[in-house]
Design a protein around this ligand. Structure first.
Ligand SMILES: C[S@@+](CC[C@H](N)C(=O)[O-])C[C@H]1O[C@@H](n2cnc3c(N)ncnc32)[C@H](O)[C@@H]1O
Length: 209
């Protein structure tokens, strides 16, 4: 039984950097359930207002996009993800808001955000930072598309709840990401401790332009 579970996890984990085909579709739906707690936490922390303009980077199957759209009846939500199957799935999940022009979902790379300068009040991203090959470039892009005073929240796990010491990503966070953000120009850059979900610790990098 343990071996079956391990094989299952191996197959799906390979999809997470860029879901593709039918397996990618299934992985996207699995992530909607797996990431429910930290998705709700991130959206709540963003304190989204009805007229806000919000961007999500790496939206996967589009659950957070749906939560954001519900909170912005007089605003707008945009998303960018490099996976074509995730773009298609998230467009279906958010079909009504996409048709109404309140949600725009594009295929593209986080390092080249296809949006105008100072377009967004909030930028969020959940469980994507592990796949960022150029974090400083991506933070510079986030800075570019944020309005002055706008906020970004980048949520990820730093390891299992029972692990002690700094995990790999916690070290990257403190030694690389926060200093990069301050160099780029963020006026505030800090770490928020998040919920433990499925026995993993979650944190967010929180930045204000
Ligand atoms: C692990 S999934 C997380 C999906 C969703 N945020 C969630 O929590 O369920 C990572 C998603 O980010 C996308 N992604 C990863 N790196 C990216 C990049 N550099 N630019 C754009 N999308 C990226 C992948 O295609 C995938 O849909």
């Amino acid at each position: 039984m343990i071996q079956i579970k391990r094989a299952f996890n191996t197959v799906f984990n390979k999809q997470y950097p860029c879901p593709q085909g039918m397996l990618g579709y299934l992985a996207g739906e699995l992530m909607v359930r797996q990431h429910e707690t930290e998705t709700a936490w991130t959206v709540a922390m963003a304190d989204v207002q009805p007229t806000d303009s919000v961007l999500e980077i790496g939206f996967g199957a589009g659950k957070a996009i749906q939560l954001l759209a519900d909170k912005t009846p007089r605003g707008s939500v945009a998303g960018i993800d490099r996976s074509d199957i995730m773009v298609r799935r998230a467009r279906v999940r958010n079909g009504r808001a996409v048709s109404a022009g309140r949600v725009t979902l594009l295929q593209g790379e986080a390092a080249h955000l296809l949006f105008a300068p100072q377009q967004f009040d909030k930028v969020i991203s959940i469980h994507t930072v592990y796949f960022w090959s150029e974090p400083a470039t991506i933070f510079a892009e986030i800075y570019r598309v944020l309005k002055p005073g706008g906020v970004c929240i980048i949520t990820f796990t730093t390891g299992k709840a029972d692990e002690t010491g700094l995990g790999h990503f916690q070290a990257i966070l403190e030694e690389q990401m926060l200093p990069d953000m301050r160099t780029i120009g963020f006026t505030e850059a800090s770490i928020k401790q998040g919920p433990i979900a499925r026995n993993y610790k979650n944190v967010a990098v929180w930045g204000r332009k």
